[in-house]
Design a protein around this ligand. Structure first.
Ligand code: PMV
Length: 361
């Protein structure tokens, strides 16, 4: 029996015979990091993220009633127009996990056509945008079957389902800032789905910019499944989860007050702590590259010399996200093109900014 009966939907009307739905969902970048989970995809700590805008996945979901309902799911997948057999087990597992919440899944043959705006194997995780786009499409299909579902229920259920595909994907359904994981001072927060940051955000964060430097586009050294598992016997795990809760409390205040110096301190410390956890686990990993460190050093020098409010954050890889206020866009882009592009693989970087989540196209 599920712990979340509110997400089990009745089939109240005739199932549509066939149709097409198209949705997009963006990636997101965590400010307070999620690293460590319990089954199934429940976070060990609260995380808070910026939803992105340009880095997104578009998914076209074609559905057709099956003549005979089979034992298993019936779906095919095209990624950027081509079959992608290695994505299928992940989707199969996702459908398996969500079937009790969408009881019509086995009644359909699905064709899932998906594409990303960011380059393939750029080191930018496509699982957050991909899983949230697919979850959002499936809940839009549910809306055709169960038209009484309200907009807020639809968003919450999409986030709940996306989480079962890839934890951090639940933070991509809404924007511009989301919170995932129960927190004592954030009303409505939950381990089961993300919610939009429920306080008035200071205007300093309006249109906040994220320029992603592609330092190393190689295959991920550590999958996030392996990475999260490393926290199980990690000597610093308990302290880390406590620290993330404290940092979420502090970041909440900072997002309200607009204190950018405090923002920088929390965000950079969180990024380095994520990497410190990987360096101190068994087995241990260093996911930064020499150029990652050179970029971080340059950012600190630039900040000291100019008083700029730029800062960095990192994912579980070598790429650097540079976060800065919209008011500094021109100067920071000048700094990036003059001084940082040299450290990017093939000079590649992506200009993004805070965005608003999944859309029905
Ligand atoms: O959602 P997953 O299982 O791919 O984990 C993502 C973990 C980080 O990106 C490193 C941090 C985060 O909170 O997004």
């Amino acid at each position: 029996m599920t712990d979340y009966p509110q997400f089990i939907s009745p089939i109240v009307s005739e199932l549509p015979e066939e149709g097409v739905l198209s949705c997009s969902a963006p990636s997101n970048i965590a400010l307070v990091k999620y690293w460590g989970k319990r089954p199934i995809q429940l976070p060990e700590n609260t995380s808070i993220s910026f939803t992105l805008d340009n880095c997104k996945t578009t998914t076209i979901l074609k559905y057709k009633r099956r003549n005979v309902v089979g034992e298993d799911f019936d779906f095919d997948l095209l990624f950027e127009g081509k079959p992608k057999p290695d994505f299928k087990p992940k989707i199969q597992n996702f459908l398996y996990r969500i079937q009790e919440y969408l009881p019509f899944l086995k009644q359909y043959t699905f064709m899932i056509e998906t594409s990303n705006t960011f380059p393939h194997s750029s080191g930018i995780a496509s699982s957050a945008s991909g899983m949230s786009a697919l979850a959002y499409c499936l809940v839009q299909l549910e809306k055709k079957i169960n038209p009484d579902i309200s907009d807020s229920e639809l968003l919450q259920k999409s986030s709940f389902l996306a989480r079962l595909g890839s934890g951090s994907a639940c933070r991509s359904i809404e924007g511009p800032i989301t919170v995932w994981g129960k927190h004592p001072y954030i009303d409505g927060s939950s381990d089961a789905f993300a919610i939009p940051f429920p306080f008035l955000v200071h205007q300093n964060f309006n249109n906040y910019q994220d320029t992603i430097l592609l330092i190393d586009k190689g295959e991920k050294q550590v999958s996030s499944t392996v990475g999260h598992d490393l926290m199980h016997d990690h000597p610093f795990a308990a302290k880390r989860f406590e620290q993330a809760t404290d940092n979420s409390t502090k970041l909440k205040e900072v997002l309200i007050s607009g204190d950018l110096d405090a923002f920088i301190q929390i965000v950079e410390s969180e990024a380095l702590t994520l990497h410190a956890m990987m360096m101190t686990s068994l087995p241990y990993f260093i996911l930064m590259k020499p150029n990652t460190l050179l970029v971080l050093q340059k950012i600190w020098e630039y900040r000291a010399a100019t008083g700029s409010k730029i800062c960095f954050t990192l994912d579980a890889g070598a790429n650097v996200h540079i976060l800065y206020p919209y008011t500094e866009k021109k100067e920071v882009l000048g700094f990036i093109t003059n001084e940082l592009v040299a450290y990017c693989q093939n000079g590649q970087y992506i200009c993004d900014k805070i965005g608003f989540g999944a859309k029905l196209l």
